[in-house]
Design a protein around this ligand. Structure first.
Ligand SMILES: C[S@@+](CC[C@H](N)C(=O)[O-])C[C@H]1O[C@@H](n2cnc3c(N)ncnc32)[C@H](O)[C@@H]1O
Length: 269
């Protein structure tokens, strides 16, 4: 069970929220090259309406709104993140937001041409119920897209670093109440929801050391806080950072973990 100080939806404590929103903004930029081709593949451009479930602070809904001629409704359970989403989407006339739980969408059957989510299923209490809800509100002939869902079982981090998994990857996600292996479950989740399903891995490009370093520099406060909270001494943290940055500067570090996607077609009848 995750600690009770975590929000039911975004699974962060109030103190972590500011950094979390910063992370979501950066993450949306960094993953655009994986998500945008999927949006085009499912037909976002010409869709009349799109539902973005678990929209968070709205950074991904804004990408959808910028691509489509139709309108986008972003739904999230967290009132706090929706307040940020309102700001994020304020210049997009055709984007709206709604507070709701993804397990019980207050939306009629067969309403949306495209229903998307990004990094939601790994945090959902019951991902099968969420995907079934997404399928229920999709129009017959419409599409359900889960654009990024990681699988940390496929994570590669070299040179070996014993802190990565417990503090920043698989084990850390499990402790917060997430499912670090959601990626491999997407096919089953979509198929059980009655969708004709295609599965793939969106991030087949390995980042350069410079990109990894940029990501670290941007998220450094988060990394340091996690290590402090885990009880590491300043000496240990300095040593960890020195070694982490050294392999990036030498051009020898390699990081990869698969980000799965699923596209589900809802049968016409
Ligand atoms: C990692 S964030 C991703 C946000 C956004 N999709 C993005 O990629 O920037 C996961 C989001 O899912 C929302 N969420 C998790 N469980 C939910 C549920 N049961 N109902 C509604 N929203 C939920 C959280 O509040 C959070 O905003």
């Amino acid at each position: 069970m995750p600690p009770s100080k975590y929000d039911k939806y975004h699974k962060r404590s109030p103190e972590e929220l500011h950094d979390f929103i910063k992370k979501l903004a950066f993450q949306a930029l960094e993953t655009a090259e994986e998500r945008l081709p999927l949006y085009l593949e499912v037909g976002v451009k010409n869709a009349k309406n799109i539902l973005d479930v678990g929209c968070g602070a709205g950074f991904v809904s804004r990408d959808l709104a910028n691509l489509t001629k139709g309108y986008v409704l972003g739904v999230d359970g967290s009132q706090h993140l929706l307040q940020v989403a309102q700001q994020t989407l304020k210049n997009n006339k055709h984007a709206m937001i709604l507070q709701a739980d993804a397990h019980h969408l207050p939306i009629k059957n067969n309403s949306f041409e495209i229903v998307t989510c990004n990094l939601l299923l790994m945090w959902a209490d019951n991902p099968q119920k969420v995907v079934s809800e997404m399928a229920r509100v999709t129009k017959p002939g419409g599409r359900v897209l889960a654009s990024l869902e990681p699988d940390y079982g496929g994570k590669i981090h070299y040179p070996e670093n014993s802190y990565v998994d417990p503090l920043f990857a698989g084990e850390a996600i499990r402790k917060k109440g997430g499912d670090p292996h959601i990626g491999r479950k997407l096919r089953a989740l979509f198929t059980h929801a009655g969708l004709t399903t295609k599965i793939g891995i969106g991030n087949n490009r390995i980042w350069t050391c410079q990109e990894d370093k940029n990501y670290y520099s941007h998220s450094r406060d988060f990394y340091i806080k996690v290590m402090r909270d885990a009880g590491l001494s300043q000496k240990h943290i300095d040593q960890w950072e020195y070694e982490y940055l050294r392999s990036l500067d030498e051009g020898t570090q390699l990081n990869f973990f698969p980000q799965f996607y699923a596209i589900g077609n809802k049968p016409k009848t």
